[in-house]
Design a protein around this ligand. Structure first.
Ligand SMILES: Cc1ncc(COP(=O)(O)O)c(C=O)c1O
Length: 442
């Protein structure tokens, strides 16, 4: 038997085109891991593929085999890597039955604080509540103004409106996507002109990289403002040897499943060194409770993290540092391979990002075609964010500092995020790099 021409093909009347395609695909199958997935899916080995009597039926149904789609974030791969640790952690909660504020919640809080070097961690229901709890604890109220970057997820400004205060939008840097601290003074002027009292800033660590906290601290000190760091995307990152979670009056983060440290539902936390602020937040997250849950000393919310989610996060935190290193290796590879065809993200000196997103910038008029070219090759992309907040229906009546936010307006048309997660193997990275390069070639 000649392996290049299996017997069923010699007997087949299905025609030369199919025979050629079939053996070419079989050869590709034996080389390529992704095509091997197709065979696994069909329950075939590469040898069985060419010899299967059903193969004609399969092949006749399609003229072109689409490339195997890859996930944007592969939570299933992480689950395989963790083995049964999470199942066991969930089983332990089911066994003790303390679903609300059970022992795992306290355990997670001390692990989170230890991980980033903060004195206190207060877990809560999601990253939006984490931001809101801090503003409530700080007594932010109508008439107050909070300065927010406009290039961010809605939650950053949403919670300012929750407490009746006014977000003042400011512009960002084009290379890091983070708040330009030079705009803070301008925003204070805008707030005062409107008769508002500027009280704080919410810098966002977009896509996993810490904002420039040295410059933010200086600008805030000069204007008598505090700042709350929105680290929904950056828990685990480092700014000049200091871990995110230790800046400003407090830091909020999110454990939404797609975040670098994500649970299997919604979750969030506040980190702070301020014991009094932490105690107020603990009270606020349980309806403003005092000495017990039927003693209500302030208006609060129901904002607790479920014990099951805490148990999951404890297991994920054990591998988190390693996952961040893997993300950094992939980002370095992307940067080296794509810098001549796109504007690649810039990391500040002495900083480590969690690479929640790997986001390049390309010419606005090429973006739609680029996205569809990659999709045709089974490579998903995402646009974070297609519109800055000051352009969104719900937020466009709020003030923008100075002369608007031209950088945010521009980059919103240019950004595209590529698949990024710690389980992206080198073969898939190569496929992404090659496809991006080919799609952007002039
Ligand atoms: C910058 C930023 N802030 C806040 C949030 C809100 O977090 P959550 O979805 O957990 O409420 C997110 C979520 O995507 C975010 O990206």
């Amino acid at each position: 038997m000649r392996t290049s021409e299996p017997p069923h093909e010699e007997k087949s009347r299905r025609g030369g085109a199919f025979r050629n395609y079939s053996s070419r695909l079989a050869a590709t199958c034996s080389r390529s891991r992704s095509y091997r997935h197709v065979l696994n899916f069909a329950g075939l080995s590469p040898g069985e593929f060419t010899q299967s009597p059903n193969i004609g039926k399969i092949m006749n149904q399609q003229t072109k085999i689409a490339p195997i789609p890859i996930p944007f974030i592969d939570l299933a791969a992480q689950r395989r890597h963790l083995g049964d640790a999470i199942d066991k952690a969930i089983a332990r909660v089911l066994e003790h039955g303390q679903y609300i504020l059970g022992p795992e919640v306290r355990m997670l809080e001390s692990e989170l604080a230890r991980f980033c070097g903060a004195n206190e961690a207060i877990s809560c229901a999601n990253g939006t509540d984490a931001l809101g709890l801090v503003l409530m604890a700080m007594g932010v109220q109508p008439g107050d103004a909070i300065i927010c970057p406009t290039f961010t997820f809605a939650a950053t400004a949403e919670i300012v409106a929750w407490v009746g205060a006014t977000p003042i939008f400011v512009d960002v840097f084009p290379d890091t996507f983070n708040i330009d601290p030079g705009t803070i003074e301008r925003a204070v002027v805008t707030a005062k002109q409107l008769g508002l009292k500027p009280v704080g800033v919410i810098p966002v660590d977009l896509f996993g990289q810490a904002a420039d906290y040295d410059a933010i601290e200086q600008a805030c000190a000069a204007q008598g403002l505090w700042y709350l760091s929105d680290a929904a995307q950056s828990f685990g990152a480092t700014y000049k040897s200091r871990k995110v979670g230790t800046f400003g009056i407090a830091t909020s983060t999110s454990f939404f499943p797609a975040k670098p440290l994500g649970c299997y539902g919604d979750g969030g936390a506040v980190l702070t060194d301020d014991a009094e602020l932490a105690a107020t937040i603990r009270s606020l997250r349980v309806h403003g409770q005092g000495s017990d849950k039927y003693d209500n000393v302030r208006i609060g919310i129901n904002g607790r993290l479920d014990t099951i989610q805490a148990a999951i996060l404890i297991e994920k935190l054990k591998i988190f540092a390693d996952e961040i290193s893997k993300r950094a290796e992939i980002a370095d590879r992307y940067n080296a391979a794509l810098a001549d065809v796109a504007i690649v993200p810039k990391l500040l000196d002495d900083c480590l990002s969690t690479w929640a997103q790997y986001t390049i910038r390309i010419k606005p008029d090429r973006r739609d075609r680029f996205v569809s070219d990659l999709k045709a090759e089974g490579i998903p992309t995402a646009i974070y964010y297609p519109k800055p907040l000051h352009q969104q229906t719900a937020y466009r009546h709020y003030p923008v500092a100075g002369n608007g936010a031209p950088v945010a307006d521009q980059i919103a048309q240019e950004v595209v995020s590529l698949p990024m997660h710690p389980y992206l193997d080198p073969e898939i990275q190569d496929r992404i790099i090659a496809t991006v390069r080919s799609a952007l070639r002039d």
